[in-house]
Design a protein around this ligand. Structure first.
Ligand code: NAD
Length: 240
């Protein structure tokens, strides 16, 4: 770890929210367990059966609404508040635990569970309530055009212009709790590394796409990330 970083990018995945009680994608009781990805997370599924897809995301909302941020989310907020660098969060998570931890500069590239987007006017509706094929858009007043603001397989990721800029200018890149098999997010480390960033992976285990990481820190993110942040803050105050 070097002394001074000016731009830090933190990519987070489902693993950072595991200690908040939210299942990861590929765990045995994963978020999508009992549902095939093809039925609830593709644009074709939504076009085929929007009622079913709305119902799936409506049913997920209460669990994600009541989840609380864990020490890993809080450590990122501490870093943002106390380290003199621009710290940005690119999250694949659709939960809002970074917001609940009072972080800022958060880019939800896969969307958010508490939002719906109107396919008629493009405006976002923020709601933890149910959304259905009958919901009326509060902006354009057209009914039946709301889609969960979740990026389905087959759709473009959100905020990619900003993400590309952040990746090509950061000097420290951290990947926390992501399996590295969902592209293009899995390739973000490669971009950051090619542009000269130092790269760290925080995971329970080595992931398959680990070639571009300079360092691997194994263990629960709720334990490893707070320690890492404290060490980084100590370099700032000259204690290390
Ligand atoms: P993933 O489930 O594919 O991988 C999670 C990774 O986190 C694994 O490599 C696992 O070893 C690691 N992990 C598990 N517990 C950990 C812990 N306590 N500390 C550190 N690492 C831990 O998740 P992904 O790569 O983010 O991709 C899944 C997709 O599913 C995401 O794009 C997301 O949109 C969606 N998803 C979101 C949520 C959420 O919002 N909380 C939850 C599940 C899935």
């Amino acid at each position: 770890m070097k002394q001074n970083y000016s731009s830090i990018v933190i990519l987070t995945g489902a693993g950072i929210s595991a200690e908040s009680g939210l299942s990861t994608f590929r765990s045995e009781n994963g978020l999508w367990n009992h549902h095939r990805v093809e039925d609830v997370a593709t644009i074709e599924a939504f076009q085929r059966n929007p009622e079913y897809v709305h119902e799936f995301y409506n049913e997920l909302k209460p669990e994600l609404l009541k989840a609380k941020p864990n020490p890993a989310h809080l450590a990122i907020t501490k870093l943002q508040n106390e380290y003199p660098a621009c710290v940005s969060i690119i999250t694949q998570n659709v939960d809002t635990l970074h917001e609940k931890a009072k972080s800022h500069n958060i880019y939800h590239i896969h969307g958010q569970i508490n939002q719906a987007v109107c396919l008629n006017c493009g405006q976002i509706l923020e709601t933890w309530g149910d959304v259905s094929t009958e919901t009326v858009c509060p902006h354009c007043a057209v009914a039946g055009m709301m889609k969960p603001n979740i990026v389905f397989f087959g759709e473009n990721l959100l905020f990619m212009d900003k993400v590309e800029k952040l990746l090509s200018t950061c000097d420290l890149f951290l990947s926390v709790g992501t399996s590295g098999v969902v592209f293009p997010a899995a390739a973000f480390v490669q971009t950051a590394k090619l542009y000269g960033a130092e790269t760290f992976e925080f995971n329970l285990e080595k992931t398959s796409n680990n070639f571009y990481f300079d360092h691997h820190i194994f263990g629960k993110a709720g334990e490893t990330l707070p320690k890492f942040v404290d060490d980084l803050l100590a370099t700032k105050s000259g204690q290390l």
